[in-house]
Structures are given as C-alpha cells and as structure tokens.
Design a binder for this molecule. Structure first.
Ligand code: NAP
Length: 344
C-alpha cells in the first residue's frame, strides 16, 4: 500500500535553527549507522523511516560506510526514497559523510580531495540522489592539509553535490581552523557532528560546545543515548535483541557496574520527571540550546516514537541538573576520541 505520511507530522516536532544559518532541524534526527544493513529486514528499515517522518523527523543522517556491508545503508535509504518518500525530497534534509575506510588502497579513506569527491559521487549514486543536503568530513585527518579537506568540501558544495558542508569529531581547535578556511573559501560550515551524552562529555571538557555557539555553527549530537546504555534495557543484564549482544560497537565491557549503578539512578530521576530515560537523555543533550538536534539510532519504530516524546519536557530544574551531574560520570565509551585528538 502506498505510504502517506501523517498529516499532523509537523505538529509533533519542534524545529531548531542550525546555528546562524537559514536551516532548521528537528530536535530529534535519525541516523542509519546500525540496523540499515543486510542484517536487518528491509521492511523494518521502511517502518523505522516512516515512523520518523510521521513524527516530524525530517533529517536522516547517513555515511558511505554504514551497513553492513559498507554502502548498504545508503542503498536501503535510496530504495525508501524511491518508494515511500518519493515526492517528499524537498521536505527532507539528507546527509552523508566520508572519512573512514571505504574501499581498498590509499584513496579509500581519510581526508584527501581524491577520496572525498569520489565517495560523495558514490553515495549519491547509491541513494539515487542529485545532491545531499549536508556532506561531512567524517573525521579529522592529521596527515592531509586541512586546506585540502576543506577545499574538497567547498568543491562538493560548489559543484552541486551538496548544499552545505559539515565536519564531524573535530576538536575545538581544529574546528576553528576548519571553519576559518571554509569561511575564506565562501562555503560556511553549517554544522558539527560530535558524540555527546551524559556518559561522554568531551565537548564540554574540550570547549567545543562553547566554540560552536561562539562561531554560530549548528551541532548535531550523535549517540545521545550512549548507543542504548541510557535506557533501562541493560539494568537487568544484556537482552538478546540489544546492540550489546550483537558484537557491533557497544561492547559488554562498557557496561561496567559503576555505569549501571549511575544509569539506575538516572532512570529513577527520569521516572520522577514522567519520562523514559531515553527521553530524559535526549532532553539533557538539548537542555541549554547549545546543541541543535539529538541524532538517535533505532532498531524498531517504537523507539523512534519514544525518543520523539522527549520534546514533551525539554526543561530541567537546577536541582535536577545538579543531580544528573552527580551520576553523569564519564565512562570510557568515546570510540571517536582519536579523531578529536583526545587522550581518552
Ligand atoms: N559522525 C560519527 O562519527 C558518528 C558515529 C556514530 C554514530 N553517528 C550517527 O549517530 C546516529 C546515532 O548513533 P547511535 O545509534 O549509536 O545512537 P543512540 O541513539 O545513542 O543509540 C541508538 C540505540 O539505542 C537503542 N534505543 C534507541 N531508542 C531507544 C528507546 N527509546 N528505548 C530503548 N532503546 C532505544 C537502540 O538499540 P538496540 O539495538 O539495543 O535496540 C538503538 O539502536 C548514527 O545512526 C549515525 O547517524 C555518527
């Protein structure tokens, strides 16, 4: 049956301006890192995307390497665009990225112009798109001049392959350098995509969050649920259908006794606010306006609906924030620390 999006979809979401740009993004965005590869039935992927759009999620985030195998998430999303979302392209903000290993040899990863332009072309082909809305440098490349990587983003925008440029997991200092280069080239940086959640607060420590506010650049916080740790699912062990049971990127060793103890306390606080822990974790990321949107992942449509429910209460009292600080202790879960040149 032909999919018709919910008529009231824009009433179920709030939209926030992306830095000083003209773009507004939904408070909750959907990423297709996991659960969109060949290990997931296509109908599940369609159902997740439909649930998202039905609830006002207009931003879908991809990358060349999402799968497994790499590329398959973009192919799946291309199929969904062709069927369910045909006719709605102008209501969507679609992003892709390049930076991690994608094909063999010296031109298949990092930040050269050779790699970024070729990868962008491949992504467009897989998704059946003429352009993406945002194209990112997925990680900082210490061995390529930043001028080359930013020059490639500028070229990708100027050549019509993308409307806007973004960077991901660059630290505050590198962000300032990248933003200045893009500014000089005349292609402003729209957005930064860092990891950020209650158990991974590097953007506060590094000063990136404040830098982005200062520079008028939007931000999209990935893994706001710490890959699912910030839900109540791991409080009684590791469920068989959870990410931690799948040997992907959430390793059982991350679920330390200390982390689980803190998550239990955070869950109690969420309940006292009338929220699920997932909802409170998303609201916390968005709490002071410093982050434009929370970039979630989902393995089923009901999770998307639960997460969108976060917008029902985005406010915290000072006491609640103090209590959260007590339990929002950093865990060793930042898999992207190397790109940001952090010690941990
Ligand atoms: N730029 C980068 O380098 C980078 C890196 C990583 C991710 N990202 C982006 O960020 C996106 C999100 O990453 P993520 O998937 O790790 O984010 P996340 O939102 O922290 O974790 C998503 C996982 O949490 C669980 N979940 C979600 N909602 C739930 C709910 N309401 N109740 C219970 N469990 C819930 C699901 O896990 P189960 O499978 O256990 O159900 C889901 O797959 C990615 O898709 C990608 O677009 C970017």
């Amino acid at each position: 049956m032909t999919y018709v999006p919910a008529e009231d979809r824009y009433e179920k979401m709030v939209y926030r301006r992306c830095g000083a740009s003209g773009v507004q993004l939904p408070a909750v965005s959907l990423g297709l890192w996991h659960n969109f590869g060949h290990d997931t039935p296509h109908q599940t992927k369609r159902d997740i995307c439909r649930a998202a759009f039905d609830h006002g999620i207009t931003h879908f985030d991809l990358a060349n390497n999402y799968g497994p195998p790499p590329g398959s998430a973009e192919e799946a999303f291309g199929a969904i665009l062709a069927t369910d979302f045909a006719g709605y392209r102008d209501e969507l903000i679609i992003s892709s990225k390049a930076g991690y290993g994608m094909w063999p040899g010296p031109y298949g990863e990092w930040g050269s112009r050779k790699y970024l332009v070729a990868s962008c072309d491949q992504s467009l082909k897989r998704m059946g798109l003429d352009y993406v809305d945002i194209f990112y440098s997925h990680r900082f490349d210490p061995d390529t001049p930043l001028e080359e990587t930013m020059g490639a983003l500028d070229y990708i925008v100027r050549s019509g392959r993308a409307l806007y440029a973004g960077i991901s997991s660059y630290n505050s200092e590198r962000t300032r350098e990248a933003v200045a280069i893009l500014q000089d080239l005349g292609t402003p940086c729209l957005i930064h995509q860092p990891s950020y959640n209650m158990l991974n607060r590097w953007v506060e420590r590094d000063g990136l969050k404040q830098t982005l506010i200062e520079l008028g650049i939007g931000s999209i916080a990935f893994t706001p649920l710490a890959q699912g740790m910030l839900t109540k699912k791991y409080l009684g062990g590791i469920p068989a259908d959870s990410r931690a049971a799948q040997d992907k990127s959430l390793f059982p060793s991350m679920l330390t006794d200390r982390a689980i103890g803190n998550i239990r306390k955070l869950n109690e606080l969420a309940e006292s606010r009338g929220q699920t822990l997932a909802q409170m974790a998303i609201a916390w990321v968005l709490r002071d306006g410093g982050i434009t949107t929370a970039l979630i992942g989902a393995s089923r449509p009901s999770q998307v609906v639960d997460c969108v429910g976060a917008i029902g209460n985005l406010d915290f009292t000072a006491d609640e924030l103090t209590l959260i600080d007590e339990y929002a202790d950093e865990e060793q879960i930042n898999l992207w620390a190397q790109s940001a040149e952090l010690d941990a």
